[in-house]
Design a protein. Structure first.
Length: 149
């Protein structure tokens, strides 16, 4: 949970830097380093979910706080959104299956519109976002919907 707080704190710092200096903030050395820390925090969370043997503990104690990362993704400017966040939630859906199904509307609400604008504006940019969004949608359709085969 401390890493989640660090992620949110760093995200706010980046947003403030972008507001103060929109043309140069994302290329600033400190902002680049902080973004790499944010990516590593998300990658660590992905690993925790993947390696966990107790799905109930993850579902009850870990997923709800992760929604802060999702909200951050939605509220950030497109250039500051990390594609790993999409992978994080795809991994959570694959691991937790029906236990996370009640959060699918919230996940889609926060991710879909924000990412769709990014991937439809310029088809040559944001390739990681595009791929990770489709992986998330695939994970949701395979693991959270009941259907007859």
């Amino acid at each position: 949970m401390d890493l989640l707080k660090l992620y949110v704190l760093y995200s706010r710092f980046i947003s403030n830097e972008i507001q103060a200096n929109p043309k140069y903030a994302l290329n600033h050395y400190i902002v680049k380093k902080i973004r790499s820390v944010k990516k590593e925090v998300v990658n660590l969370m992905i690993t925790v979910i993947e390696k966990s043997n107790n799905v109930n503990v993850i579902a009850e104690n870990f997923i709800t706080p992760l929604l802060d990362i999702l909200q951050d993704y939605c509220n950030n400017i497109p250039e500051a959104r990390e594609p790993e966040v999409l992978t994080l939630f795809a991994t959570a859906v694959e691991k937790l299956k029906g236990a996370i199904a009640h959060l699918v509307p919230k996940i889609l609400e926060d991710v879909f519109a924000a990412t769709l604008v990014m991937i439809t504006t310029d088809f040559n940019s944001n390739i990681d976002h595009r791929v990770n969004l489709f992986k998330l949608l695939l994970a949701i359709t395979e693991n959270c919907f009941q259907g007859n085969h």
